[in-house]
Design a protein around this ligand. Structure first.
Ligand SMILES: [Zn+2]
Length: 266
């Protein structure tokens, strides 16, 4: 089965010792595209360094909601400058996290807005993290409000590691969003994700690991790796009643179309 991993933090220090073996194992498992998103200036630079070493990778640069408060205007200017690099195919990851609140909500909103503006300016889709506390949807509703504020011309967005109710997914799809599914889909409290995976249009669906986090069933708990995207991809193909090979071809085609600059790089 052909595969992509649309969200994989291979620049994290937990991969320093063996990143080449991890990428080799992913290639053997059929993974043909791996997007490495930054979460702050240093990890955004780290993503670009990895892309130079491994041509299968692509980079994204941006600031995660957890880091929103730590990144000042000068640090943001550095991230924004990196966004025009041709090796960078997306903006983020960014978004809102009202569950853990490592940064206060006003800082998260200000950070999200400048990442979204960057996506609108560059045309490189914003990769959006969105989590609310168990049983809540305040972060999802706030995120929807921010995209809707753009009116008729919203920036291109990809909902990463989907979490939230079905009507939130449908509202995002109405705004043109694509949706990526991770090992989070299998966890308690995320039951609505299966229905979202069935309803997402075929040309707007991606899969990811969010390595080193969010191991799907069967993957090592201590460190998720890109090869394990096959578990999530197989589950979604089955949910949708699609042949795995057809679904795999679609994943690669979706990745290349959504991140149009990939074609220019390859
Ligand atoms: Zn991430």
């Amino acid at each position: 089965m052909r595969l992509v991993d649309s969200h994989c933090h291979l620049q994290a220090d937990r991969f320093d010792a063996d990143v080449d073996q991890v990428i080799g194992a992913a290639r053997l498992a059929g993974v043909e595209r791996i997007l490495v998103p930054g979460w702050d200036p240093a990890s955004s630079r780290g993503a670009l360094e990895l892309v130079d070493r491994f041509p299968v990778l692509d980079a994204s640069v941006g600031v995660h909601p957890h880091d929103a408060e730590r990144v000042d205007d000068a640090a943001w200017a550095e991230v924004a400058a990196l966004a025009s690099d041709p090796r960078v195919i997306a903006t983020g990851e960014t978004g809102l996290d009202y569950d853990r609140l490592f940064s206060p909500i006003p800082a998260q909103l200000a950070n999200l807005r400048r990442n979204l503006r960057l996506a609108a300016e560059t045309g490189k889709p914003a990769i959006l993290h969105c989590r609310s506390a168990a049983g809540q949807r305040d972060a999802q509703d706030a995120l929807l409000g921010e995209i809707r504020a753009y009116g008729a011309t919203p920036p291109p967005v990809l909902i990463h590691s989907f979490s939230g109710p079905v009507d939130y997914a449908e509202a995002m799809l109405d705004l043109g969003a694509a949706i990526s599914f991770s090992g989070l889909s299998f966890r308690a409290g995320e039951e609505s994700t299966a229905e979202v995976a069935r309803r997402t249009p075929a040309d707007r669906i991606l899969v990811e690991t969010d390595s080193p986090f969010l191991s799907p069933p069967g993957a090592p708990r201590r460190r998720n790796e890109p090869e394990w995207v096959r578990v999530t991809a197989a589950w979604i193909a089955e949910l949708r009643g699609e042949d795995r090979d057809v679904f795999g071809d679609r994943l690669v085609a979706n990745f290349d179309r959504m991140f149009a600059r990939v074609a220019a790089r390859r």
